[in-house]
Design a protein around this ligand. Structure first.
Ligand SMILES: [Fe+2]
Length: 131
């Protein structure tokens, strides 16, 4: 699998948000570096709770502050991700032993979701938060 490489086009023009997005990229790469094993997965879930909790809250706060016109749809996407995370954590916990398919499903979902969210939904608010 190819590593996630940060590109300038991913920037939303806000240093704090960009740094948080980069941290999420590192988290996904780290999971891959550890061959998607059970302990790496457990650490990934813990960190995701922390990073995503903080990141979505910061982003939503900024979007509210600039009166972003598509706020509800954006928050809906974040909530869908929060739901996915809770479900994924539950199925990880209830599995006797994490296997490659759980690890790679989680990895692939995270990578695809993050890239498409950053490239579309997050780019859409770029002009608003930089006004
Ligand atoms: Fe977002």
């Amino acid at each position: 699998m190819t590593r996630l490489k940060w590109k300038d086009e991913y920037s939303v023009g806000d240093g704090e948000i960009d740094r948080q997005h980069q941290n999420l990229f590192s988290l996904i790469d780290r999971l891959e570096d550890h061959d998607l094993d059970a302990s790496a997965l457990a650490i990934t879930f813990d960190k995701l709770d922390l990073y995503v909790g903080e990141h979505f809250a910061d982003e939503e706060e900024k979007l509210i502050a600039c009166n972003y016109d598509d706020l509800d749809a954006h928050i809906r996407q974040h909530n869908e991700f929060r739901d996915w995370l809770n479900t994924a954590k539950e199925s990880f916990k209830s599995a006797n032993e994490a296997n490659m398919s759980i690890g790679s499903n989680v990895h692939d979902f995270l990578r695809d979701w993050l890239l498409s969210h950053i490239l579309t939904a997050d780019q859409a608010y770029k002009d608003w938060i930089n006004k």
